[in-house]
Structures are given as C-alpha cells and as structure tokens.
Design a binder for this molecule. Structure first.
Ligand SMILES: *Cc1c(COP(=O)(O)O)cnc(C)c1O
Length: 401
C-alpha cells in the first residue's frame, strides 16, 4: 500500500474523536412521518419531504405507470437519445409554474448548480455568495474560476462594503465582465429566507445577475408553492435564474433551472453536468409532474404552516431559544458537536428522529438539531416532539442558543 493510503485510517479516527464521524442510518420503510430504523419505529423530523409527497399514492402511481410504459432507465444523455416526452412535459409545466420562458431538468440539484455556474462564468468574471450558501453553490463558485466574494450571512451592509471595494460601478453597457450573485432562497440549515428585495437593489446598482437556489422554498413558500420568487413577487427580469430541486417538497429526485430562452438554451448547449450524464429516469419526471399538481394546491402548505406555528409556540412555552425561521426548517442551535449528538441520541431513545448537523456542514461551534417539519405531521406528532425535547433537556441540560 502506498503511504498516503495508510493515512486514511488515522484521518478517520481523528474525525471520530472530534465527534464529527457520520453514520448512515438504514431506513427499512418508505419515507414518511414514521420510519423504521434498526427494527424501531421513529417519528421522523429529519426529512425534506415537506409536503408528504414522497410516498403519496398519486405520485407513486404516476411513477409506476411511466415505468410500465417506458421502462426504468433513460438509456442515454439528453443530447443523445435520453430526452423523453415526459421530461419535456415536466419542463414545460415548470416554466409555466415559475412564470419563466423555459425550464430545463438536471439529474440533481448539486449538478444543476455546478452546471449553471460553470456554463455562465469563467476566470474574468465575479461571483458573490452568502457564506451559508449550500455546498453545491460554493463548490461551483470555486470550480468555475471566477473571483468569488463571500459575505456574512444575510448581512447587507457587509455585502455592500465588499461590492464597493471590489466592483467599481459602471455605466450601462460598459461591462464585459459577468457578475453573478448566487444565494439560497431558504437557507438549508437555518430555515431563514434571503432578503431578496434588498439583494436585488445591490444587484441593480452593481450590475449583478441574481440566481436563487430555492431547494427549500418551492412547495413551502408562496401562495401556489412557487417559492421565494412568488413570495417576493420577483419577475424574470429581476430574478433571471431560478433553481429548484425535485427531491425535497416534490418528493422525487432531480432538479430544474428556469429562466429566459437564452439562459436555458445556453445550459443545454454548454452545461457540462447537463450534457455529460444520463438523463433522469423518465418515470421520475412523470412522478414530479404529478407532484407539481399536488404541490400547487394550498391544503398541504396550510397544514405545514399550522405545524410550524404549533412547534414554535410550543418551543417558546418551554423557554427554549429558537432562531428566526418561518419555514419547515427549525434548527435548535446547540454549539458543540458532542452535545448535539447526545441530544439527538436521547431523542432517538425516545423514538424521535432529529439528526444532529455538525461541521463542516455548519460553521464550527454551531452544531445543531435540524428539526424539519412536514405537512404530513399531525398535531399529536408535534406534541410528542415537544415533550421528548423537554424531557431530554431536563435530564441532560444543554445550553441552546
Ligand atoms: C439539497 C440541496 C441542493 C442539492 O440538491 P440535490 O437534488 O439533493 O442534489 C442544492 N441546494 C440546496 C440549498 C439544497 O438544500
């Protein structure tokens, strides 16, 4: 064995000592509010299936019917012979849903972010990002070769200072440099919403195009589930690049980017993570198309909001501090990874699954329990979570922030 391969084991041991070791839980049931793990039934507060669509009978049937007619695999990439009518049907529906000219599917959100940024930016260009953006945006920014600026989370003053220092204001028409501000619409580990109207003002002033990764906004925000763009009522001109995933509130798998004809055609022509990979199974597109119909109905969103309010009220009554989040993501910030793990384990013992999120997924010193709520949770489920939390915290006090 070469010597560097021998260093893998000590590296793993170090991660274990730091309480940063990850262990994959094995589910033995469908995704839902109750999951089977290790022959134990657990109430699930860790899933991104915010509307309970991952195992919805209509979505399941749409998938099955498509498999019966068209088989399982797409067989090729989109540009060869893998682009199916069902992909096209979903793209058209997503364009209409988002109010954009067109939409294009990617195999995952990670690949969509890489694909957009790599196709649009090169080393003469600028990308500006919130420090808490999803890893896929950060990785895309690093890979594309553009100069990257990162501002403190949701800190408009800091952003303005960075822009003023690094980006001279130009008159219209003078810029050959491409400038992009890419931001999570809803932050995946905090649940707070990016202040898009204020960001937009700075984008206009400094001639940046705005891109929103709305993985956690679609289905959750906006009257029709249209996410941040609908929540803030932002047009295609204001918000020209919208990215969404199909694996969260849609309950399926895959992702999409919506925008102008020119943007989408540029992605089809130049985006390497679009071109050089097998197309999403057509059945996923059929299932996501069915999800899109359900996701636009208000009932599940209303139910989700009720659950969020019940949880937040309950936590306040217990005197437990909680950040500013109006979305399905409600983190309890613990601080140390060890204590976050201990609290998560105590809840597990009580039959409640809330996974601990630790560095490097979140900044050092902000390990947390990321409570994810779903429209499928009942009021009784939320009460059980609140009781278990109260009990665990009394038995083993942890200072939450
Ligand atoms: C989950 C997520 C992604 C990645 O999407 P996948 O389809 O799971 O690859 C990208 N951005 C954000 C903000 C996410 O939460």
């Amino acid at each position: 064995m070469t010597s560097w391969l021998q260093s893998l084991t000590p590296q793993l041991e170090l991660r274990q000592q730091q309480n940063l070791y990850r262990q994959r839980l094995q589910t033995q049931s469908a995704q839902g509010t109750v999951v089977d793990i290790d022959d134990q039934q657990l109430l699930n507060f860790s899933s991104n299936d915010y509307l309970g669509l991952a195992n919805h009978p209509d979505v399941v049937n749409a998938f099955k019917n498509a498999v019966d007619s068209y088989g399982v695999g797409a067989g090729a990439s989109h540009l060869v012979v893998g682009h199916h009518r069902l992909h096209h049907q979903l793209e058209t529906a997503l364009a209409k849903f988002t109010g954009r000219d067109r939409a294009v599917l990617f195999s995952s959100g990670y690949m969509a972010n890489l694909g957009v940024i790599q196709a649009l930016l090169g080393k003469r260009d600028f990308i500006v990002q919130d420090k808490l953006n999803h890893a896929s945006l950060i990785d895309a920014g690093l890979d594309c070769g553009a100069k990257m600026l990162r501002y403190k989370h949701n800190d408009i003053t800091h952003l303005q200072q960075l822009l003023e220092k690094n980006l001279p204001e130009h008159g219209a028409g003078e810029i050959s440099q491409r400038r992009l501000l890419a931001v999570d619409g809803v932050f995946s580990m905090d649940g707070d919403i990016a202040p898009l109207p204020q960001l937009l003002e700075l984008c206009e002033q400094y001639q940046l195009a705005l891109m929103v990764d709305d993985a956690h906004g679609f289905g959750v925000l906006g009257e029709h589930g249209g996410g941040c763009a609908e929540h803030f009522n932002l047009s295609q001109t204001q918000l020209p690049i919208v990215m969404g995933t199909l694996g969260k509130a849609f309950g399926v798998s895959g992702a999409f980017v919506a925008g102008s004809h020119a943007l989408i055609e540029t992605l089809v022509q130049f985006s390497r993570s679009y071109i050089y990979t097998t197309a999403l199974p057509p059945a996923c597109a059929a299932a996501a198309y069915q999800s899109l119909q359900l996701l636009q109905q208000p009932e599940r969103r209303i139910q989700l909001r009720t659950s969020i309010a019940q949880f937040r009220d309950g936590i306040a009554t217990l005197g437990i501090p909680l950040g500013e989040s109006s979305t399905a993501i409600q983190p309890l910030i613990v601080g140390s990874s060890e204590q976050a793990l201990a609290l998560s384990n105590a809840l597990f013992e009580a039959g409640i699954l809330v996974t601990a999120i630790r560095p490097p997924t979140v900044p050092v010193g902000t390990a947390r329990l990321r409570v994810a709520l779903s429209a499928a949770h009942s009021s009784d489920h939320i009460d059980q979570l609140l009781n278990a939390l109260d009990h665990a915290l009394k038995k083993q006090p942890v200072i939450l922030r």
